[in-house]
Design a protein around this ligand. Structure first.
Ligand code: NAD
Ligand code: UDP
Length: 320
């Protein structure tokens, strides 16, 4: 039975990975300090004979008794308002946390898997973004704490691969959405859905002409699983290339919910990327992977979750 550690396992993506790896027959150790995640995300797994949950900050030495086959490093604040609220913790988990997780993988002779991000491309000057593009990142801007931490994490991962000969995989995740996102994480999708369901103004930043390409979580998890088991040692984009402006996205959510919300334009945050679309040629060729869930279906599935959350918490979405 494979034994797998998932750091950040109580977060949005980490909790879906816990589900997938349990379903694949792994023993799963979920490690999290709950800074942006919540044990509720994995509450349904508590008591499962192959699941354990450990509260630990992975910027400190990580102790796991016994063998490990896989170390998946997903711990990190991930939404812009989270990493602006926790800038030092974000830098530390990307740098020190990645180092500790790599050290653990080396000690256990386990395969290491890094959750990197499309943010390594910054505000891109090449479109769509292929893995060969080195990016356009402002290291001292507000997003620098996240982008540079992930760029460092990639460099550290490649160094361990080259100098310690450990097996590593790097995924560059593009905007992913689905159930278990926090309604107050400030990302466009949960914010817009919460606002639409309450008939509150939809806060579009800038003129809404900036683009994103949204991937449903089940597609991402399938891509992660395939990349982990593949022999591909270099960074690999996973995301849905179906690109949309944020203004069109807001209107799509208004239509889907039947809301009477209007659009309220707000200032564009500094360094907000103007365009983003993954080039998924590598994933198609190496993993035979491509997204299966279109945005209409993914939004519908996510709306069911958000609606339940909003109904259980009638007051306005609280921004941290
Ligand atoms: P999330 O905030 O829901 O999950 C991150 C988890 O990491 C949380 O449970 C948090 O408590 C935990 N964590 C943070 N610092 C920690 C530390 N020092 N020690 C232990 N646990 C810690 O965010 P998410 O959207 O699930 O993102 C998960 C990973 O995927 C992150 O590494 C993020 O950078 C990456 N990613 C996500 C997206 C996306 O669209 N969701 C896009 C690109 C990259
Ligand atoms: N955005 C917005 N209103 C919001 C939240 C986000 O217009 O209330 C915009 C944001 O400026 C960005 C896009 O939506 O251009 C996606 O933002 P998100 O935080 O979801 O992801 P990221 O910027 O990290 O891609």
């Amino acid at each position: 039975m494979p034994r797998t550690l998932i750091t950040g396992g109580a977060g949005f993506l980490g909790s879906h990975l816990c589900d997938r790896f349990i379903a694949e027959g792994h023993e799963v150790i979920c490690m999290d300090n709950f800074i942006t995640g919540n044990p509720d995300n994995v509450a349904h797994l508590i008591g499962h004979p192959r699941f354990s949950l450990i509260k630990h900050d992975v910027t400190n030495f990580i102790y796991v008794p016994g063998d490990l086959d896989y170390v998946l490093h997903f711990a990190s604040p991930a939404s812009p308002i989270d990493y602006l609220k926790y800038p030092i913790q974000t830098l530390k988990v990307g740098a020190l946390g990645t180092h500790k997780a790599l050290g653990l993988a080396k000690a256990k002779n386990a395969r290491f898997f890094l959750a990197s991000t499309s943010e390594v491309y910054g505000d891109p000057l090449v479109h769509p973004q292929h893995e060969s593009y080195w990016g356009n990142v402002n290291p001292v801007g507000m997003r620098g704490v996240y982008d540079e931490a992930k760029r460092f994490a990639e460099a550290m991962t490649m160094a361990y691969q080259r100098y310690h000969s450990i097996e590593t995989r790097i995924i560059r995740i593009f905007n992913t959405y689905g159930p278990r996102m926090r309604l107050d994480d400030g990302r466009a999708l949960p914010t817009f859905m919460g606002q639409a369901l309450r008939d509150e103004p939809i806060t579009v930043f800038g003129d809404g002409s900036q683009t994103r390409s949204f991937c449903y979580v089940d597609d991402l998890v399938e891509g992660i699983y395939r990349l982990l088991l593949s022999g591909y040692p270099d960074p690999c984009n996973i995301g849905n290339p179906d690109e949309i402006t944020i203004l069109d996205f807001a209107n799509e959510i208004i239509d889907l919910t039947g809301s009477s919300s209007r659009i309220a334009f707000k200032p564009l945050p500094a360094d907000d990327p103007k365009i983003r679309q993954p080039d998924i040629t590598t994933a198609r060729e190496v993993l035979q992977w491509e997204p299966r869930v279109n945005r209409r279906e993914g939004l519908r599935r996510t709306l069911d979750f958000v609606r339940r959350k909003v109904e259980s918490k009638p007051s306005s979405v609280e921004m941290p």
